[in-house]
Design a protein around this ligand. Sequence first.
Ligand code: NAG
Ligand code: NAG
Length: 192
Amino acid sequence: MCKVYVDLIILDMLLLLRNVICWFFRYRQYGLWDRYTEIYPDVDLVFTIGLSNYQTDWFFAHLNRYFYNDDGNKTYAPTTWQVLFDLEDVDQSSNYTLQLAFASAHEAELQVRFNDPEIDAPHYSTGLIGKDNAIARHGIRGIYRLYTINVPGSLLGFGTNIMYLKQSRGDRPFRGLMYDYIRLEGPSDESD
Ligand SMILES: *[C@@H]1O[C@H](CO)[C@@H](O)[C@H](O)[C@H]1NC(C)=O
Ligand SMILES: *[C@@H]1O[C@H](CO)[C@@H](O)[C@H](O)[C@H]1NC(C)=O
């Protein structure tokens, strides 16, 4: 009994200490953008609707992946995130609507593809957007953007679908996006 009690106290103090340390460094996390590559070293982020938790499985910003080129110089490559979702019922002759909102963007381009990551022309592209510099400044300012995107039902299928979100502008660490929300809306019910 007594030993368990002592152990608990030690654990508590360690937790307290760790929190204090984290608290001191929370303001200055220079290089936080490189954490994406460290957390997702091989495969980019995959988010499964119904299984993943946005609080733990969604990264704070859509960032580039760093690597060292043949000269040993650090460079940055685009990344493609996947959102997996199940459809039990698809109306392929109607249009769905994707609501895509960003809290911030910097020299970025988001390309959206459904179920085919290789198709040359994306199903939607924002074009080059953003001069917010919010990634370097850790998101203290940004211009809000909302895109309402038409998604032909013919791009979707029964069962598991994948939405590919590619930030296609590489080369530099500060090119990227911060999402606010993403919502795929079904076609409006024409019998209404
Ligand atoms: C690699 O970095 C060095 C030092 O900054 C630079 O002189 C060189 O031009 C770079 N090489 C390439 C291929 O960018
Ligand atoms: C779907 O959207 C396209 C492009 O805006 C439009 O031409 C078409 O009529 C729409 N289809 C339906 C069923 O609303």
